[in-house]
Design a protein around this ligand. Structure first.
Ligand code: SER
Length: 893
């Protein structure tokens, strides 16, 4: 049986190369292992780039992988073309100084023709312009007809493309590609003047002959060994095997697209515009699932920003096909079910994936609804496109550019947080292009900030200290800290910033040691602190980090100097470490207790284990009740009281999974993992350090339970002496309150309740007094009212009254007397409040604003307002009587 489904094709490839001496190796994470220079893994060779340069020793000189890749530059084209994706799987076979071109071409062609059964007359190959060796291999050794072999230059047949002239620096080489011909009955294109193969040919394999290391100065230095790096996109090959022209029509995507279409009440294939959305959703959700499972969580910078962008685009596509309720997490369920077999970490992270997608989707839907409304308003009022400039857009041809679209995209971004790529996609869907320069000009300030905020560069091959260490063949550090708190090691390197130095005599530097008891931050547990001493110097150890197995000790020099080659003694701060260990074991107990009390849906979403506290993030929808918190504390405490031994055991990852150990999402594991059991109660994969026995934890208290995102909660807790200090602080606070209330702590609640009752009573009495005194004043004012032309008029002063009181009084008078005009003054400490009110029927005769204006002038102040109501302020209280007389005159007496 020939392989047909995507899964079968992947398996066929890996075993084909296993049969040819290759070791099957796991995919690297999408977040490249310890390579901060690279945003996402984009090719199968990334995890092996040091081996190509002869640095480090590969486990086998021939390897084969199915590598998870993410290519962000292709984002805009996804869904529009047959073969662009964000996430895709790249099948690969690699040789590190072992076999070269001949075997490479033979085996790759063999897999296509023998294993998959592709007819030879549907394949053409390309080679680098002067690579006669490859030409001879294809034609003479493998019998490919000469007219089926095309030669191209740096752009087509060098990898990375155009590396000789443009870089990046690092391993590169000429390549030979294999294309599939979708129109075999048409004559083959000629060799002359051919820029690239027409669209009827689709690239299904790329054999890179990695034999150069591009240097800073642009020169191509031959590598000490010749290597092979073959990459084939699984989705494309599956399309070819299944006789489809689009990757989205294969079994890899069919199920997702069908589900989404059904949910939207649409049929895939009915409407090309809808189809683009359906394809994009399928692609983007698949990508987001893998990113999250690999620890790239949606956020506002770096990798997280890319993930957020992908999720938001999928959400927006959902809107466009009428899916106005959240649905992404359900598609994610399909992705996990389909791909979890090959990538078990998807299953481990399923709850986190679903919760995070739900949260992102809910948040973005609000942004989208408002932004889309504003966009439509602008869009519907657009004029005649024939008068606009136009621009070339890849895969789309020439599109008109609405002249102010850059400014609108910026406004949408700035006011609604509406992402520009969504505006761009909305315009593209309408057949227009975004005015990019206008947008970028407006974004200048934000762009600068973003640039500064992100330390990630795109240079795939930037060298790091770690690469230098590997180059020198320096073995990685060994860790003795599971058993010891003190240990000796040799200084392998000293780094000051990104630069290696020989000696450090002041400031902060990092030491790489051959052997160390210092735990490096990982799995939530912070790096160890302590002291480091050498023959001629001493330093404080302030943090420990791991990079590809090398342990970096961040130190502050206290005295003397430390030199490369020194033997040093590392003394861990035992108190801090022990406190951290109590928190770490307690974190495992807490995790299990939460599952037991709240249900199996609880999944870990992150943790921090420090000496003073532990923080545990988990998926759960509601606030914990006081009873639930107590139940969790009780359960953890029962486990502490049982004084169960804590047992670490090393085993293979597969064995550990089979034995039911819980893996943490986003964590990377090697072939051999450390498992940690607390009796039968808790089983997790964990490389951290722990107490020997749960009884060592002593005391456990939950401090807070808060929501950090929709569906994700955070508990902070303390153990041991920290928990005791906490309880003591609470007791001290209670004692303080009791003292202030002049009672015993036991009676505090009763006392507070009694006080609250007193306050309520006093408030009631005060309100009654206030209203009776207002009543008196009002009665007094009534007696001062005069009649004028059928209206009641009044000018009077009330000592100590402020604007608010006067306003209140006038309001009552106006309500009582249908036709009313009056002005009141209130003098207190050098200011005079003035308020006037006039009922509507009288405002043609006298206006409140004029009354206040005149009076304020007379009293050396100012004010004004509407004809019916005005306020002001005066300074000279001695002139109130004159002002009252003047007001009476104005009022008509
Ligand atoms: N590195 C090459 C590519 O990405 C072949 O694996 O195409």
């Amino acid at each position: 049986m020939r392989p047909r489904t995507g899964d079968e094709i992947r398996e066929s490839y890996l075993s084909w190369f296993e049969e040819r001496g290759h070791r099957r190796h796991d995919s690297d994470s999408l977040v490249p292992a310890n390579d901060p220079t690279l945003l996402f893994t984009g090719a199968g060779m990334n995890q092996f780039k040091d081996y190509f340069r002869g640095k480090g020793t590969p486990p086998c000189a021939r390897m084969t992988t199915a590598q998870k890749c993410l290519r962000v530059p292709d984002l805009e084209n996804v869904g529009l073309t047959a073969g662009h994706h964000t996430f895709f799987e790249m099948l690969g076979n690699f040789s590190f100084g072992d076999y070269f071109k001949k075997e490479c071409c033979e085996w790759v062609l063999g897999w296509f023709t023998e294993a998959l059964g592709l007819p030879r007359d549907r394949l053409v190959v390309t080679i680098y312009q002067d690579d006669d060796e490859a030409y001879e291999i294809w034609r003479d050794h493998l019998d490919v007809a000469a007219e089926r072999i095309y030669r191209f230059g740096d752009k087509e047949n060098f990898w990375p493309a155009e590396a000789p002239s443009k870089g990046p620096n690092g391993p590169c080489g000429p390549c030979s590609e294999i294309y599939y011909d979708y129109e075999p009955n048409e004559p083959l294109p000629s060799h002359e003047g051919l820029e690239e193969l027409p669209r009827r040919f689709i690239e299904i394999g790329n054999c890179v002959f990695t034999q150069f290391d591009r240097q800073e100065d642009g020169s191509l230095r031959p590598l000490p060994q010749k290597n092979i790096d073959v990459g084939l996109g699984l989705d494309r090959i599956t399309a070819v095997v299944q006789g489809k022209t689009s990757n989205f029509d294969t079994d890899i995507f069919a199920q997702y697209i069908e589900w989404i279409a059904k949910r939207a009440g649409k049929r895939y294939g009915d409407n090309p515009r809808i189809d683009v959305h359906l394809r994009r959703i399928a692609d983007h959700v698949r990508a987001a699932c893998h990113c999250i499972a690999d620890g790239a969580l949606p956020s506002n910078e770096g990798r997280g920003y890319v993930v957020r962008k992908i999720v938001r685009r999928a959400c927006r596509d959902g809107y466009e096909v009428g899916l106005t309720e959240p649905f992404l997490s359900e598609v994610a369920g399909l992705v996990v079910a389909r791909m979890g077999g090959q990538y078990p970490n998807l299953g481990d992270a399923q709850r986190q994936i679903e919760a995070l997608l739900m949260q992102e989707e809910q948040a973005f839907r609000q942004i989208y609804v408002h932004g889309e409304e504003r966009f439509r308003k602008w869009f519907d009022a657009l004029g005649d496109p024939s008068a606009w400039a136009s621009t070339e857009v890849e895969e789309r041809g020439t599109l008109p550019v609405p002249p102010d679209s850059g400014a609108v995209a910026f406004e949408l971004h700035d006011t609604f947080g509406f992402p520009v790529d969504i505006t761009r996609a909305m315009l593209l869907d309408e057949g227009y292009a975004l005015e990019e320069t206008g947008f970028h000009r407006a974004m200048e300030a934000q762009r600068t900030r973003a640039r500064e905020g992100s330390a990630l560069s795109g240079d795939v091959f930037a060298d790091s200290i770690v690469t230098l260490l590997k180059e020198r063949g320096v073995p990685t550090s060994s860790f003795t800290g599971h058993e010891a708190m003190v240990g000796k090691g040799a200084v392998l390197a000293i780094c000051s910033g990104d630069v290696e130095v020989e000696t450090a005599s002041e400031g902060t530097v990092e030491l790489v040691l051959s052997t160390t008891p210092a735990y490096a931050e990982s799995g939530g547990q912070v790096g160890d602190i302590g002291h480091i001493g050498a023959a001629n110097g001493r330093a404080r150890l302030v943090d420990t980090q791991d990079r590809e197995g090398y342990r970096f000790h961040r130190i502050e020099i206290v005295e003397g100097a430390l030199c490369k080659g020194d033997e040093v003694e590392v003394v861990i701060d035992a108190e801090a470490r022990r406190a951290t260990e109590r928190n770490h074991t307690a974190t495992h107990l807490l995790h299990q207790a939460l599952k037991n009390v709240l249900g199996e849906q609880v999944g870990q979403a992150g943790s921090l284990v420090a000496p003073d506290r532990l923080r545990f993030d988990f998926t759960h929808g509601e606030k914990l009740t006081a009873e639930q918190i107590a139940a969790v504390e009780d359960e953890v405490t029962r486990e502490i009281l049982a004084a169960t031994p804590v047992q670490p055991v090393d085993m293979s990852l597969d064995e550990a999974r089979a034995a039911g150990f819980v893996a943490m999402f986003g964590e990377k594991y090697g072939d051999v993992v450390r498992t940690l059991s607390v009796g039968d109660y808790s089983r997790e994969l964990c490389g951290g350090t722990h107490v020997a026995n749960t009884g060592n934890i002593g005391l456990f208290r939950i401090l807070t339970d808060a929501s950090i995102a929709a569906g994700v909660r955070r508990i902070e807790a303390a153990t041991g002496l920290n928990a005791l200090a906490l309880v003591r602080a609470e007791t001290a606070r209670l004692d303080g309150v009791a003292q202030a209330l002049r009672t015993q702590p036991a009676d505090v609640v009763q006392r507070v309740e009694a006080l609250q009752a007193d306050v309520r009573q006093l408030r009631k009495e005060a309100a009654a007094t206030r209203s009776s005194s207002v009543g008196d004043v009002l009665n007094d004012l009534e007696t001062k009212l005069e009649d004028s032309r059928g209206a009641k008029i009044l000018a009077a002063s009330i000592p100590d009254a402020n604007n608010k009181t006067l306003l209140d009084l006038l309001d009552r008078l106006r309500k009582k007397h249908e036709s009313f005009a009056g002005i009141l003054f209130g003098a207190s400490e050098g200011t005079v409040a003035i308020v006037a009110a006039v009922s509507k029927d009288l405002i043609d005769t006298v206006k409140a604003g004029d009354l206040v204006g005149e009076a304020a002038k007379a009293l050396g102040g100012g004010g004004g307002g509407r004809p019916e109501m005005a306020q002001g302020k005066g300074k000279d209280a001695s002139k109130i009587d004159e002002a009252i007389a003047a007001a009476w005159a104005q009022l008509g007496l």
